[in-house]
Design a protein around this ligand. Structure first.
Ligand SMILES: *Cc1c(COP(=O)(O)O)cnc(C)c1O
Length: 382
């Protein structure tokens, strides 16, 4: 069925739904490890929940429909998804990744994948020439856009063209924009990754991860991997994700509105030195973002005049919690230097501009006046 986005958030593409069985409007949580077989060689389609579980399958179908993918795979966290993704590669392979990625991805690449003899070039994909880093061992380009936390916008179409030209794959971690604002597969990417913990779940209450594949060939590899490595999402967490996605469009619109209001306020505040938000007209990534996304999202990063002020803000907000994570109903303030990006090597942090004066804000769905009032009292009590 060719539903529009908001409808897909409730029904996916409208394929098989449990309603036919019981009439349940809320998809049931199939809390079962295994399934009975009528006889040898016959199966209901479900054999053992590591392979597949109906609740997980429903979450996967919905996410696949939102990204316009061939299939989707639900993992126990974003990092579990990226770890499974790295199983596509073998010793000797080389990947080009943006240097400004989620810190956990860099930690995985540098400490686990490198041990498995996979090598990386961590470059600035929004500025450097990606093509010049490709060699005969290169198998993939891995990007986030906007990047985390510096909000650089990478041109997805251009990256996809480069990947195609060299017969390698383009992987996009689409967590920051969510499928509501950005669909990398439709711009030529081969694989999309999500931390479902963030906007898809949307309520700061569960961890999840997704991989969405553009082709049958890649889907088959992931279907094999998820059953083999056993990091699939549990039935209850799948249900939380299904429920969270129902309101994705409403949350994304409201959170973006709040991010814009906070960005406007921060730009007017003398103690704030820089605001990184792609939705500011004239800012570095604005035009590319507009050309490839349906919005600018609700993540923003800002630099304050001193480390002391940064630390003061983090302990002085009364409404906004100082907490790692993003994409939920609650606005959160994060300190990349000691939280999300603590394990990123110092030289990469300096290259990216992640200093001890940089704060990241994920706008939630509160009243924007309350958010601004809280930030104002925190900044001005310094
Ligand atoms: C949080 C995050 C991850 C990791 O996801 P988890 O669900 O925390 O394991 C990966 N990529 C990005 C961009 C993230 O924000």
């Amino acid at each position: 069925m060719d539903y529009k986005f908001s409808t897909k958030c409730l029904y996916g593409n409208g394929e098989k739904n449990d309603k036919e069985l019981t009439g349940a409007i809320s998809f049931p949580i199939y809390q079962t490890a295994t399934y009975a077989h009528p006889e040898v060689g016959k199966s209901t389609g479900f054999d053992y929940s590591r392979l597949q579980n109906p609740t997980r399958e429903q979450a996967e179908k919905i996410v696949a429909s939102l990204e316009g993918g061939d299939d989707a795979f639900a993992f126990s966290s974003g990092m579990a998804a990226i770890t499974a993704l790295m199983e596509l590669f073998k010793p000797g392979d080389h990947l080009i990744t943006d240097a400004d990625l989620y810190g956990g991805s860099i930690r995985l690449f540098n400490n686990v994948s490198e041990k498995n003899a996979i090598s990386f070039s961590h470059i600035n994909c929004s500025q450097e020439d990606i093509e010049s880093f490709i060699n005969e061992k290169t198998k993939a380009i891995f990007i986030e856009t906007p990047t985390n936390p510096m909000m650089n916008v990478v041109d997805i179409r251009k990256s996809a063209e480069i990947a195609k030209r060299h017969n390698i794959i383009l992987i996009v971690d689409n967590t920051f924009m969510s499928p509501y604002f950005q669909n990398p597969l439709k711009l030529g990417a081969d694989i999309v990754v999500h931390s479902g913990t963030k906007f898809l779940g949307g309520h700061n209450d569960t961890l999840a991860g997704f991989i969405v594949s553009a082709s049958k060939e890649i889907s088959e590899k992931f279907r094999f991997l998820i059953k083999t490595v056993g990091s699939g999402l549990s039935p209850f967490d799948s249900w939380l994700i299904i429920r969270g996605i129902k309101t994705l469009p409403l949350r994304m619109e409201k959170a973006q509105e709040n991010a814009k209001a906070v960005a406007r306020y921060l730009l007017s505040e003398p103690k704030i030195k820089k605001v990184y938000y792609p939705g500011i007209p004239g800012s570095k990534g604005y035009e590319i973002c507009k050309s490839q996304s349906r919005g600018f999202g609700s993540m923003l990063t800002f630099e304050v005049e001193s480390k002391e002020l940064a630390l003061h803000i983090l302990k002085s907000t009364k409404l906004i919690p100082f907490a790692e994570s993003l994409g939920g109903t609650e606005t959160l303030l994060t300190y990349p230097a000691t939280q999300t990006h603590a394990d990123v090597p110092e030289d990469i942090k300096i290259k990216n501009g992640i200093t001890d004066k940089v704060l990241r804000l994920s706008a939630g769905i509160e009243d924007p006046e309350d958010l601004i009032k809280d930030l104002k009292q925190a900044i001005n009590s310094f």
